[in-house]
Design a protein around this ligand. Structure first.
Ligand code: HPA
Length: 278
């Protein structure tokens, strides 16, 4: 059997009996949103990552590491409280292992959230941006290596990574809550250093609206195995060279925390709407 698939199966087997239900939505909580699981989910079970055999453990301050299973209203969700980042040194296949694990748990939808730097001049720090498409060219593709035929095809189509119906739902939810939701293209760079001003000018030329250090490789892996994907980014700062100030992780965390109350309301409404989709 394919090594990556064998590892995934081993992780799944080691927790299968502790999963309380088949989740409808898999939710990945980005910077500043970690406590969504504590405040907005009726928790049924948690599984700390370190209790999962072979699971990559996150080392970033401010990122907890566990799966939380619970209900948002009556929609069963599994939520990653803390994700795994490529810049921590993991193989890209390990970075997408949790995504694939949530697929094996039965989740149909993958809802990705993150923090980003804004490049589009119409954005402000504190804006929320629905991801409509991405540029993945700066990180290795998570599907490199022998294809896991059990999950998907060798050459998967990526013309609609961010599901159009989910985008409609997100827009509707934004309107109902009167959130000035921005939309745009997200690019993932490896990090952990922030970008240089010249890199930001390049990304702008390429049509990137916001830049961050996560999400795209997870979205590719989820699309490969047929999950319906959506994503919202919290634009925590204007990117290097646009903002006159040096960037710090602390500033990003503080901005993400300031955004969190509105972001959480939006997440819950979107998840409830996902729950009534046929
Ligand atoms: N660049 C990359 N990642 C980020 C940024 C940024 O400016 N802000 C928050 N995450």
């Amino acid at each position: 059997m394919n090594d990556a698939y064998a590892k995934l199966q081993k992780c799944y087997e080691s927790i299968k009996s502790r999963i309380p239900f088949k989740p409808r939505v898999a939710l990945v909580l980005g910077s500043g949103l970690g406590d969504y699981a504590d405040t907005s989910i009726k928790v049924e079970a948690t599984i700390p990552y370190q209790e999962i055999n072979g699971f990559p453990i996150s080392t970033v301050p401010g990122h907890k590491g566990q799966f939380v299973f619970g209900y948002v209203t009556d929609v069963p969700v599994v939520c990653m409280q803390g994700r795994v980042h490529y810049y921590e040194g993991y193989d890209v296949t390990d970075v997408v292992l949790p995504t694939r694990l949530m697929y094996l748990m039965g989740a149909e939808y993958l809802f990705l959230t993150n923090a980003s730097g804004g490049i589009n001049p119409d954005f402000w720090a504190g804006d929320l941006m629905m991801i409509t498409d991405h540029i993945s060219l700066f990180t290795p593709n998570p599907l490199i290596g022998p294809n896991i035929d059990e999950l998907g095809t060798r050459f998967p189509d990526m013309s609609e990574v961010y599901n159009k119906r989910l985008q409609e739902i997100i827009r509707e939810a934004g309107e109902e809550l009167d959130v000035d939701l921005k939309e745009g293209v997200y690019a993932q760079l490896t990090g952990p250093s922030f970008e240089s001003p010249a890199e930001i000018r390049m990304l702008k030329q390429l049509g990137v609206d916001a830049v961050g250090m996560s999400t795209v490789i997870e979205a590719i892996a989820a699309n490969h195995c047929g999950m319906k994907v959506c994503g919202i980014s919290c634009v925590c700062n204007m990117a290097a060279g646009i903002s006159p100030n040096p960037l710090t992780h602390e500033e990003v965390q503080a901005a993400a925390a300031a955004c969190a109350p509105v972001f959480k309301k939006l997440l819950s409404l979107i998840i409830v709407k996902m729950g009534v989709e046929p």
